[in-house]
Design a protein around this ligand. Sequence first.
Ligand code: PLP
Length: 404
Amino acid sequence: MFKANGDYLKLRGSYLFSTVARKQEEYRKAHPDKELIRLSIGDVTQPLAPAIIEALHKAVDEMADPETFKGYAPDLGYSFLREAAAENDYKARGCDISPDEIFISDGAKGDCGNIQEIFSKDSKIAVCDPVYPVYVDTNVMAGRTGTFDEVNGLWSDVIYMPCTKENDFMPELPKEVPDVIYLCFPNNPTGGVISKERLQEWVDYANKNGSVIIYDAAYEAYISNPAVPHSIYECEGARTCAIEIHSFSKNAGFTGVRLGYTVVPKDLKSGDVLLHSLWARRHGTKYNGAPYIIQRAGEAVYSEEGKKQLKEQVAYYMKNAACILKGVREAGFEAFGGVDAPYIWMKTPDNMTSWDFFDLLLDKANVVGTPGSGFGPSGEHYFRLTAFGSYENTVRAIERIKAM
Ligand SMILES: Cc1ncc(COP(=O)(O)O)c(C=O)c1O
């Protein structure tokens, strides 16, 4: 008789976005005359930039010609894309990463979830609280997190690093040394960023203690402050302790197109074992590559035209972020993030629970946001708004919040 994987059965229900959607739907049915504005999901709304559309069309035409048709992509991805990423995302920032340390994938979520496979089952992980849920859930699936405490909402074998306004949303170096540390900056959901000095402390800590840092840089394109690092490899010594994950979803609007990459430096070793070899083996065995057409679209992200157009696209969303941040502050809320990140993290008024505030905002302003408690216990009494809507809707949402 077959048995289901018991570790999957330990997963907590993914209530957050389904509950948001259900409550939104119930409200819509009960109030058909009200128009809701959604500032809840982290999905882009602007169309792909012209340079990317052009590259897609060209690559599609290549697939129609026997001379230029492409089948399976090379294991690590096409060199034109790996070279463009190495040049623009690393060399241009003074980081020493070579194209053959870059593994192209169909997005950051898969890589964030799959990377844990190359670590031993008894590895202890550390995560920020609140956190992008994929890091924890994929370790639950792998049987690495122990038991869940219904009272405090925490897993027994996970090291949590609370990020609240008291510590400026910056995780503190854990006293108990983790094997694998997940960091994400600019952060989802808090919108916080880390300075190069602070990130260097993490790199030094990881090197000293033999930990590895999984650095999720999905939102690096939103950084405008020159003192904020775009890559962990801007820190000295990161090649021996860090893996970095990139997405094309938020910098180039690829949420539905799908493209990302992971960097595993060849200096990153467990004894004599190169993690690069393990990830290469995993990639080669379980994955057959992002489509040629999409990798060409990714190459266009790094073209002069592409860069110019995407800078405008990011600026469009960041105008929304500025509008939300200013607006909610004028409305009397305490709010954070939104400067080098497309997320605004608000404190709920009068210590209201995140879900009570969700209901209040839905009812009084007809605006949908995301309750902070859905990202972890330290997200309770916080609320996330995103800058990914249209400018017009963002302005209207803020007017409504001010009028509440
Ligand atoms: C922190 C973080 N990492 C990764 C992802 C997933 O990115 P992708 O669309 O490339 O899978 C997201 C998506 O929202 C995210 O917020």
